[in-house]
Design a protein around this ligand. Sequence first.
Ligand code: ISL
Ligand code: CA
Length: 534
Amino acid sequence: MLCSKYSDFTKWVIYQIYPRSFMDSNGDGIGDLQGVISKLDYIKELGANAVWLCPCFKSPNEDNGYDVADYCDIMDEFGTMADMDQLIDELHKRSMKLILDLVPNHTSTDHVWFRESRKGKDNPYSDFYYWFDVPPNDWESSFGGSAWQYDEMRGQYYLHTFAVGQADLNWENPAVVKAMQDVVDFWVDKGCDGFRIDVIDCISKDLPNDRNGLGPRLHEYIRALFGREKTAHLFTVGEGHTNEIDDIVLHCAHDRNELSTLFIFDHMECGRSDKFTPKDEGLRALRDYLVYWQNETDKRDLLYSLFIENHDQPQMISRIGNDRELRYESATCIATMLYLLKGVPFIYQGQEIGMPAAHYDSIDDFDDVECLGAYRKYRRTLSEEEALEKVNFGSRDNARHPMAWDDSKNCGFTDDGCEPWLINHSRAKEINVKNDLNSKKSVYRFYQELLKLRAGNDVLRDGNVEVISKPEDEFFAYIRSLNDEKWMVICNFGKEQVIELPSDCEEPVLANLERKTSDGLYRPYECAVAKMIC
Ligand code: ISL
Ligand code: CA
């Protein structure tokens, strides 16, 4: 049996960085690796001990790095391999881990594999991609339009599940499997500690048949990457799109030698009826998903990924919380709800200062390839104003604006004299790291306390979870227990109310508002964590 890989991962706290938007070190308006290095202490002091970097490999940036042109080289704008070596070194010096973003489903059409492949049917790369004389099905690209693109040079169609510049690799070809193993090994040799794997469940396809769930050889391919002696120690989190527990077991059960964990996405639908349409619901919706998945993963001893934000999602706080008057309360209450459950925490850049969604008045202020496609579609039936509302609500740009470090013109992300690659966050002057740290209601400091508590407390990390609030309650209360020790976590939703708890607790060691245990009144989004008197 290859892995003892699961036991320690609940001690990891992973901070996700979108490098393009995190910190610019050289005044060209684009975040870079030196920028990341300059902020490692900020991340460590928050309480994270691992960094997941979104793709930082050579890329023409049709989809911000998810179109990789060379997996073993660094994107020009982000720096050099020397910068990456230094970053790995600086992380390890701080006892922090590095998780890279592996994109195995597709390459950029600028990748040398594709450039060779399109030349004809008889070169070593000719079968690296899916080529057909006529599209064998009517699949649509996730970003709109047909998923099949005619290539003049080759005189055939190739598959692109995402943008036209992202050609799907043909994993049926053993040379593709080998090439991707080499990529993984290259980074493991450099000291990379784990991978987030982009759209992992897309890599096996059943062509020319229609898409019918997970491809037939998926597990074989995952094991080819991560079930080997060389890779068994890695932390691996797959970006999957299944919500079926049986599929998740097949990916993540201990004896499968596949992945450490999988992002499960259904709770990300909280507060919306589709990607671009809001739905009026609050923290209760999130609680229901969390309770369900805690039960399911616990029963099967699977590692659950605790996350509510990433670079593809408009901020959760704006959908289910109050991101105006009660922004601090909402942000800290949601964090408490989530991160004291069982699993491995992920924090997306800006979440730790309670950054909400942004808002703009012109489509010219948007960049995200997905939302521009959606805008064009909406404009066929909606007014400009209505279509803009849709895009403001659902655009992935929400999570991709430059990180707001202070309240200067370019919010400390880049020199004030230059243009950031994407417009500054519309609320950056008000909400930024500097203002947050100066505030009595600092979301960052609350996160610090929360993560410190979790780090030093086996019960809150690994203990059993017992939910004591009822489904109809407008609050969430759960007990974590291990051996004879018990801790209570109480999170009130949007309304003020008296919450009667079944047993006695000591004074809370963590709360987002000042409170006493004797007082049963909870204000909106108030939360508290206390040791129980057993
Ligand atoms: O972003 C989404 C919804 O808005 C998702 O459907 C997303 O497209 C899907 O989760 C795949 O995402 C990943 O691969 C894409 C890339 O654009 C995303 O940034 C990445 O997270 C293609 O590589
Ligand atoms: Ca730069």
